[in-house]
Design a protein around this ligand. Sequence first.
Ligand code: SF4
Ligand SMILES: [Zn+2]
Length: 278
Amino acid sequence: MKIDILEMTQTRAQFVITDTNPAFANALRRTIVSDIPKMAIDNVEFHLGPIMDEKGTAFESVSPLFDEVVAHRLSLVPVPTDLDAFNFRAKCSCNGEGCPSCTVMYSLNKKGPCTVYSGDLEPIGDAKLRIKDDLIPIVKLAEDQALLVYATAELGTGKQHAKWQAALGAGYRYFAKIHIDQAKCDIGGSCVKVCPKGVLAKEDKKIVVKHPEKCNLCNACVEVCDAGVIKVSGDPTKILFRFETDGSLTAKQVLMRGLKNLEERFEGLREQISTLEE
Ligand code: SF4
Ligand SMILES: [Zn+2]
């Protein structure tokens, strides 16, 4: 099996897996969607009662949204995650009490009128944990309204809740096998025009497959070709895989962790089977 990276940015990955099969691609998809740990806000404490500013003006600690809705919106904010630095809270040496190795605390203190954004969450401690995607709107506060909360983030996985899902839109499809019978092709170019992905091109008086990785197997080129010289099929041993992340982890971190998970699982399975054989 071989992986060729087509695109790898901070939050997007697209690659081709060759000498593989759909079962493996689906196992990778499932593990990156549900098993990669990431930090997310799991507990939010709301200050009740009046909130004073520096000049002594009193604000009411209310917002137009229910506290539960504000807490839910905060929980979906991508929290920067260092997988080498954090433990799962339940497995931490603090016995789940909460410590810097398993939790990150944020405070949020805003007074209306204003819009509260994800970037208003201030990490208590390490400034590296400041929210990178800082313009996610949380709630709009009116005149005299204020919000003072303490939020605690901890590690979890997508299997527990979508707020702990690092990879989004993970999916794959077969790589296209496109065959053009050049001997019979009349070079009319109707296939080039009809292709919605710009896969085909007319070059040196023949039709060539320029970007096979973009083909979505729609068969429009096959249908438009009166001469019937184009054949398009999916190759189940060559799979185009893509996903994005919410920004709490990089796409590379998610992919590496997903592959490591699979390796460990298959190794565990192999060991169990070998004990059966004995
Ligand atoms: S199958 Fe669709 S996307 Fe692929 S080359 Fe033909 S027209 Fe383009
Ligand atoms: Zn701890």
